[in-house]
Design a protein around this ligand. Structure first.
Ligand code: N01
Length: 538
């Protein structure tokens, strides 16, 4: 083994929330030589790419931000409870400028491949410009929902109008005025976009494959007194969200819904419904995710809400989810979603009752044997979640093994941040970590801090290599799967279960630990304290 000095101590891939924070810690805290590569022309990641109408965060803004810049927590003023994409992008630009991060980020540069050099213990990283750089550590900050899923609909190339995927909207926006628009999909993205598009367009047709349970976001200005109180309590807030289950100030009702009277639970449901946001999903009765009977009671309330809101009973029935328990798919937050289907210019085409999409034609879409004509088609068809962005990097670990090979039956990771056979690689919010089941910045900060501490430890102990052991990894995979099998989550054909992509092996992608991201943090800290148990250091 030689000890060739790499170009960089670390290469970070991506300049969204996670890449910016990783760069900051490694460069400014550890004093390392770090370079970040970013495909976009500026920082932002998810918030750079997702520019569709209505794009905004679904977590409350006071906790959807970095907590490591305490002064910025005091200074920054969010305009709303759930700010829109441009505002979040402005925030990330501000963070990058304030900490002078851009000088170490190379924009408009995609990582096209990387292989681990076993001789020199470093990664050779290939860039879209043709350059190759070397780094001791390779850290992926590529996001969890960044590999666009454009299903292989027959005939897309024939369509004479314009089409867009929500995750790749043009920077100049799209003018829907006087246009006949199709939206394919009814996930969290479509639920945000459809009401906005319907306000502009001449006509909107929504193609629904699976109906979703939506709850109101209740966006708006936040009471200045509450803003003030939160700013005064940030130390407490940060401690609470870090130790919490979901990285939010939401806590389950410590009771079975089956033990409540109809009046009592109706009161609680109304309270959560009125509060808006994720309360209904993440602060409901504790057996909601475990007992079908409990779940049915909660789902019934939401079904009533849909029937009460949507005027046409036939449309309402189409919008009522049939095949999966409530909460087992990501909760979409809505602003006038159900109300939008009361508009004269909105039509719902439901795969189950009207027939699914057969093909894209020159003039529009054929579904259920019927032709629909459009000027614009919007694909709100989601992502190849979690494993997709990592596989797209074309990484080669020891022996030239690829992620396609080692993940042929679904992801295998240790703690969701390391992969056996891929030394010196860290995956921020990787598969089998809490990631998407939390308020993302909380999960990101936990991973970034842990990785930074780990690299510091390696440096101090003179190690040039760290790798998860296959045993520790397989125990982690078994643990992830055991926990989720105790819940109702596997009953849904969700992207959490890898079920949204044809041919993707069915596997639960995130980690739903018994104590959520708070418990996971403790577990990761214990592993570090035991000298990085489950890893080999050399
Ligand atoms: O994607 P999705 P998304 N034919 O996969 C349908 C996050 N997010 O972009 O349910 C017909 O949820 C698909 O149907 P089905 C959030 O974590 C965050 O909406 O698979 N339809 C579904 O209706 C979210 O969960 C925020 O049967 C097809 C839709 O397309 C994640 O991003 C805001 C199809 C895709 O829904 C992804 O949400 C928005 C096909 N072949 C989103 N393929 C924030 O708060 C797919 N569909 C920051």
């Amino acid at each position: 083994m030689t000890t060739t000095s790499p170009d960089f101590d670390a290469v970070v891939i991506g300049a969204g929330f996670s890449g910016l924070h990783m760069l900051k810690l490694l460069r400014d805290k550890l004093g390392l030589r770090v370079r970040a590569y970013e495909e976009g022309n500026t920082v932002g990641g998810t918030w750079y790419w997702n520019r569709y109408p209505g794009a905004r965060c679904d977590s409350d803004s006071y906790i959807y931000c970095f907590t490591w810049d305490k002064q910025l927590l005091q200074e920054w003023e969010w305009s709303e409870r759930y700010p829109e994409q441009p505002e979040i992008l402005r925030y990330l630009e501000h963070v990058a400028d304030r900490h002078d991060l851009k000088r170490d980020i190379q924009f408009n540069t995609r990582v096209t491949g990387a292989e681990f050099d076993e001789e020199d213990n470093l990664w050779r990283v290939h860039l879209s410009g043709g350059e190759t750089v070397t780094a001791r550590h390779l850290i992926t900050a590529v996001g969890t929902l960044s590999a666009t899923n454009l299903p292989p609909f027959k005939g897309v190339e024939r369509f004479k109008g314009r089409w867009y995927h929500t995750s790749r909207f043009p920077q100049t926006g799209v003018d829907f005025t006087a246009k006949r628009v199709a939206v394919i999909g009814t996930g969290a993205t479509a639920v945000q976009a459809i009401p906005e598009i319907a306000q502009q367009a001449k006509h909107v047709t929504v193609f629904q494959r699976t109906a979703n349970y939506c709850v109101p976001a209740r966006n708006g200005k936040v009471d200045p007194e509450l803003v003030k109180a939160r700013k005064a309590d940030y130390d407490g807030i940060v401690k609470r969200i870090r130790e919490s289950f979901f990285g939010q100030e939401h806590y389950f009702i410590p009771k079975s819904v089956l033990e409540t009277t109809p009046e009592e639970r109706e009161r609680e449901f109304d309270r959560m419904w009125d509060a808006g946001g994720f309360a209904f999903w993440l602060a409901n009765y504790q057996d909601m995710f475990f007992s079908q009977e409990a779940n049915d009671l909660i789902a019934d309330y939401l079904k009533r809400k849909i029937r009460n809101t949507v005027k046409d009973p036939v449309v309402a029935e189409k919008l009522i989810p049939k095949g999966h328990p409530y909460g087992t798919k990501r909760q979409p937050l809505d602003t006038n979603y159900y109300e939008t289907f009361n508009k004269d210019n909105v039509l719902l085409v439901d795969a189950a009752t009207d027939g699914g999409i057969e093909e894209i034609t020159e003039k529009g879409i054929r579904a259920g044997g019927k032709d629909y004509e459009f000027d614009i088609i919007v694909f709100a068809t989601g992502f190849d979640a979690m494993t997709g962005p990592l596989k797209a990097l074309n990484l080669k670990g020891r022996g030239g093994r690829t992620l396609d090979e080692v993940w042929a039956d679904g992801p295998h990771t240790y703690l969701g941040l390391s992969i056996a056979g891929f030394p010196n690689l860290f995956t921020i919010t990787g598969p089998q970590s809490p990631s998407v089941l939390t308020n993302m910045p909380v999960a990101i900060e936990q991973h970034v801090e842990w990785i930074s501490d780990c690299i510091d430890h390696l440096r101090n102990s003179g190690s040039t290599r760290i790798e998860a052991t296959p045993d520790a990894q397989e125990q982690w995979v078994a643990h992830v799967n055991e926990i989720v099998s105790m819940t109702l989550m596997p009953k849904a054909n969700s992207w959490y279960m890898s079920a949204n992509i044809a041919g993707k092996p069915r596997a639960f992608l995130p980690y739903l630990g018994p104590e959520g991201v708070g418990g996971y943090r403790k577990k990761c800290d214990e592993i570090a304290a035991k000298g990085y148990e489950g890893f080999t250091l050399a």
